[in-house]
Design a protein around this ligand. Sequence first.
Ligand SMILES: [Zn+2]
Length: 157
Amino acid sequence: MNSLSAPVAAPLWSVRAHLVHGVLTALGAVLFLAGTAVVANEKVYADQEPGLAVATVGVVLGGAAGLLLLVHGRRRVAVRRDQSLSPIPAAPGVTGATSRTRPARTRSADPAGFVAGEGLVHFHRRDCSMAEGRRWPVTDRAGHERAGRRPCGVCRP
Ligand SMILES: [Zn+2]
């Protein structure tokens, strides 16, 4: 392969995510078909209820499988976005940070503090995409840790 070719991105969904989705979807389809087969020849609603319940569980399971796949994909997109928006060093002689400039990703104290929403489990750098547009209070690392919060996996404060 040519060393100048663009790097090949890893698939958005892992094999495990596809397997979980496939198994849950197949199980949901089996439950739906079994449930509808049970009620096919029943003429009284009371006799249809068990089959309808099984079919409903199948539909919910299939929907949950799609939702899990969507959530997994969104997490991967967030990680890729963070990786592709890596820090851009400021030009010599330029003071002040731009919105695309971030401090080095070290576990040092941030004099500006970190932000988190009330009742949430992660705290973020103030420029984290997960905190964008929110008016969360600023607190130091120790304050967030006392509140039981952990560092965000995207901005890694
Ligand atoms: Zn964050």
